[in-house]
Design a protein around this ligand. Sequence first.
Ligand SMILES: NC(=O)c1ccc[n+]([C@@H]2O[C@H](COP(=O)([O-])OP(=O)(O)OC[C@H]3O[C@@H](n4cnc5c(N)ncnc54)[C@H](OP(=O)(O)O)[C@@H]3O)[C@@H](O)[C@H]2O)c1
Length: 253
Amino acid sequence: MKIVVIGGTGLIGSKLVNKLREHGHEAVAASPNSGVNTVTGEGLAEVLKGASVVVDVSNSPDWEDAAVLKFFETSTRNLLTYEAAAGVGHHVALSVVGTDQMSESGYFRAKIAQEKLIRESSIPYSIVRATQFFEFLKGLADISMVGDKVHWAHVLFQPMAADDVANAVGRVAVGQPVSGMVEIGGPEQFRLDELVRRRLAALKDPREVIPDPNARYSGAKIGEKTLVPGNNARLGETRFETWQTQSAGKRAA
Ligand SMILES: NC(=O)c1ccc[n+]([C@@H]2O[C@H](COP(=O)([O-])OP(=O)(O)OC[C@H]3O[C@@H](n4cnc5c(N)ncnc54)[C@H](OP(=O)(O)O)[C@@H]3O)[C@@H](O)[C@H]2O)c1
C-alpha cells in the first residue's frame, strides 16, 4: 500500500516511515526537504499519485499565533483538496490530547482548526490525539521559564515515547478509517511538574522547577485532567525510566 507521510522527516514522521517500510508498505516521506510543501502545494499532486493513505505528522516551523493558524489551515486545506483529486481513501492526522480544552492557546486553536477541516471534508479520516512525547520534556521546561526557574502546574500527566506514538499512528494508518478520534498515551501517570523535574535532573540541568497552579500550557489554562487521555485510550508500552536509560532517551539528551 502506498502511504504518504507528510512531515516524514520529523521526529514522529521518520520513525513512522521506517516502521511502515518494515511492514512492507511503500511509505513515502514528504516534506519541504523532499520537494513537497503543503503550504504552497508544491509537489503534492505528484507525491499523492497512487497513494491509498496520507498521514499528516507535520508541524508548523513558526508557533506564533497567526503563523501557526495559517500553517495548519492552509496545509490541511491543500492536502484534503489534492487527496480528493488523487482518490486517497484515508487521511490520518496527529493531534494532541486535550486540544479542544486549550482554545486559549494560539497553537491549540490551530490544531482545533486542523481537526475541524478534516472532520468536515469528504475524505474518510482518523484523528489520533497523542499525549506529550518523552522527547519533548526538556522542551516543556524551555517554554515555561519565569526568570531562571521553570514553572509548571502539579497536574496529571501521561506522556509517551515517540516510538510508541509512531507504532500507534502506523496501526491506525493501515486500518480502516475510524471517522473520529483515537486517543493514545503512555503507560504511567505522573505529575507534570514532578516529571519535568526528574528529566532535568537526569540531564544534569540545574534549573529549578516550581509547582505553579497558574502556569499555562502554550498560553492555555490547564486543569487536573486536561493532559491525560480518556479511559478508552490505547497505551504505549515504554515506561519513562526504561526510555531514559535506553538509547532513545540518551539521544534525546
Ligand atoms: N510535541 C508533542 O509532545 C506532541 C504531542 C502530541 C502531538 N503532537 C503533534 O505531532 C505532530 C508532529 O510533531 P513532531 O515533533 O514529530 O514534528 P517535527 O519533528 O517538528 O517535524 C515537523 C515536520 O513537518 C514538516 N513540515 C514543516 N513545514 C512543512 C510544509 N510546509 N509542508 C510539508 N511538511 C512540512 C517538516 O519538514 P522539514 O524537515 O522538511 O522541515 C518536518 O518533517 C505535530 O502535528 C504536533 O502537533 C506533538
